[in-house]
Design a protein around this ligand. Structure first.
Ligand code: APR
Length: 249
């Protein structure tokens, strides 16, 4: 079988000390969770302005919270795939490996990744929109929308359009991207900011940029190497190629 990535790229990746893996919905597609902007993506069936904005929540909290509870249930039933597991396995190679994800499904955590920055929050914890009280998604009150004892309504701990990203996570992600020597972009359309801006931060820091995506994205031209296929297939295969150039510990 021919090499997936040019030898020089895999050699450089094998010698990396600080790696950042930046992921989007595509890495969870093979776990059965839909992406957003693909032909059959969530935004082809639902309008983001009806479900993923603070205004939508204020307008129709029952519809919004029911939709996110359904997405939480899907994420809870889903299992990490070979792509998630390959990334988690890289922790034995790189002294520093940080996963910077736009995903809210916690599949990176469940596949064993120990250093994950969730830029867009998570479906697994919710907070009261009035008093801020936190609650695990699996322990939300039964009624819809889920009400807090203060009279407020619980909302998912995700970042909606028009909301700011969690500052601590974003600042750390930017710092890690600035000093990364390997930056692997997996399963994102690289169109949502400010997260997509991290790619430029890594490039400006001199990182080797590798994209994993079955489709071309605005990033493809700037990547040193593009692995054009599904993450669950490409990442385990590339891992075997990198392994060839890893000097025995
Ligand atoms: N493996 C790798 N990539 C894949 C796969 C796969 N199996 N299947 C699809 N993809 C790619 C698509 O080609 C597309 O480029 O994943 C990308 C998914 O892009 P989006 O649906 O736009 O998802 P994402 O980039 O994560 O969206 C960013 O937008 O809607 C908001 O908050 C939401 O975090 C999300 C953000």
């Amino acid at each position: 079988m021919s090499l997936l990535a040019p030898e020089a790229v895999s050699r450089r990746a094998a010698a990396a000390r600080r790696a950042v893996v930046f992921t989007g919905a595509g890495i969870s597609q093979e776990s059965g969770l839909g992406t957003f902007r693909d032909a059959d993506g969530l935004w082809s069936r639902f309008r983001p302005e009806d479900l993923a904005t603070p205004e939508a929540f204020a307008r129709d909290p029952e519809r919004v919270t029911s939709w996110y509870i359904e997405r939480f249930e899907q994420a809870r039933r889903a299992e990490p795939n070979a792509g998630h597991r390959a990334i988690a396995s890289w922790e034995r190679w790189f002294p520093s490996l940080v996963v910077v994800t736009q995903n809210v499904d916690r599949l990176h955590h469940r596949s064993g990744s120990s250093d994950v920055l969730e830029l867009h929050g998570t479906l697994w914890t919710w907070r009261c929109a009035r008093c801020g009280a936190k609650r695990d998604a699996a322990a939300l009150p039964e009624q819809r929308p889920p009400a807090c004892v203060c009279g407020g309504i619980f909302r998912p701990d995700v970042v909606w359009f028009g909301e700011t990203l969690p500052l601590a996570e974003f600042d750390r992600a930017a710092a890690e991207c600035r000093r990364a020597d390997l930056f692997v972009v997996v399963g994102t359309s690289a169109t949502v900011w400010p997260a997509a801006g991290l790619i430029e931060t890594a490039a400006a820091g001199g990182a080797l940029i590798v994209e994993v995506n079955p489709e071309a994205t605005p990033l493809s031209g700037a990547a040193a190497c593009v692995l054009r296929g599904p993450a669950g297939e490409m990442l385990p295969r590339w891992s075997r190629e990198i392994e060839r150039w890893r000097s025995p510990a």
